[in-house]
Design a protein around this ligand. Sequence first.
Ligand SMILES: Cc1cc2nc3c(=O)[nH]c(=O)nc-3n(C[C@H](O)[C@H](O)[C@H](O)COP(=O)(O)OP(=O)(O)OC[C@H]3O[C@@H](n4cnc5c(N)ncnc54)[C@H](O)[C@@H]3O)c2cc1C
Length: 386
Amino acid sequence: MTVSVDRDLGSLSPAAFQERLEAWITEHATQLGEVQPDESLSVEEATASPRLYQRMLFDAGWLRAGWPAEIGGSGGSAERRAQVYESLSVAGFPSPETLPTLEVLVPALVKYSPELARQFVPAFLRGDELWCQGFSETEAGSDMAAMRTRARVADDGWVITGHKVWNSYASVSDRCVLLARTGEQSDRHRGISAFLVDMDTPGVEARPITTMTGRNELSEIYFEDAFVPADRLIGEVNRGWDFAMFLLQWERGMYAWMRQAWLHQKLARLAPLVAEVGPTRELGATYARVTALRLVARRTLRRLADGDFVGPEASIDKLLLSSCEQAVLDLARSTLRGEFELDDSAEADQWRGDFFYTRSASIYGGAAEIQRDIVATRVLGLPRVR
Ligand SMILES: Cc1cc2nc3c(=O)[nH]c(=O)nc-3n(C[C@H](O)[C@H](O)[C@H](O)COP(=O)(O)OP(=O)(O)OC[C@H]3O[C@@H](n4cnc5c(N)ncnc54)[C@H](O)[C@@H]3O)c2cc1C
């Protein structure tokens, strides 16, 4: 596959960047079409073509834009990345499935451990590696400060013991950004540290979980006395919570932006079908909702790109995102009634898979009830109800 390499895209103005980007997408539409994934495949197969797609975008310079030079980027604002994700989606090519994890993990790693970021992120950005996020545990999902996976001090490093669950892509990942307890259990969020762990470390095992979409994209990860070198600590000991809170803003901000682009693309596919069979009123209401999400996510993204700490306000984006995801796929289900349930075509399979995945949007990255609680108490300042 031949692509024109441009390493200086990050320094272009937003308008010049957009013009070059759209021209490149048009020029490479055939190649982009060839690397689009078949989402019905297993996660091993389904992450192979996104990695090729990611590499193609990287080699052409688009995935370098908006990332610092130290990690293989060409500089410029994070808004350039947002332009890339949306423009690809508008042209019918949703961003590679491997990128949301990159967007969630890397900004926080760059801030809290620039040296680790310099050493390890370039391979992740190029698509040569895939990483996962090891935060949740069976008794510590919403209440993450209750986590029990422990990191004990050892010679020149740490020994990790414990169990994580619901980790996206862990079974096909090369590294894991892990949160583990380094203080006492009673220290809650003040006794947690973050680490960058190689998934091929002896004592680390990821076991895939098949979800109701039929894909085995989630995993649980077992740590049995797994040794992690001292220089893989991210930030400071017992300050992993600060790292996680910084990370969550990107998980809610940039991720919401990427998904709104994907949702707009889904609506564009649905619109002509709705025009034939109805329900047009529902289409209008859903479009308005997804547009509201776009505007809110854009505001958050601008603040993050400017270095602002968005904090609890990012929960508003997360809530809007989960309701939009479910509304768009509810609309698909009511529009394609019959075909949605019974058709064997790849297209129907895709709509069903998307429908089931969007049911989890009000759980992953922080459940809706918890987000409402954060908005009520920490954004609106309402009293806590016990
Ligand atoms: C598709 C998907 C991908 C994921 N990817 C990852 C990943 O890559 N890495 C990772 O670490 N984790 C991941 N997760 C896990 C996710 O972050 C957790 O599922 C989420 O934080 C909720 O935790 P839980 O599942 O333990 O549910 P629980 O915390 O047990 O919550 C169950 C229900 O109880 C409600 N509830 C809990 N506490 C309260 C309260 N105080 N007040 C009111 N209601 C409450 C919740 O809102 C929810 O409805 C993923 C989850 C999904 C579904």
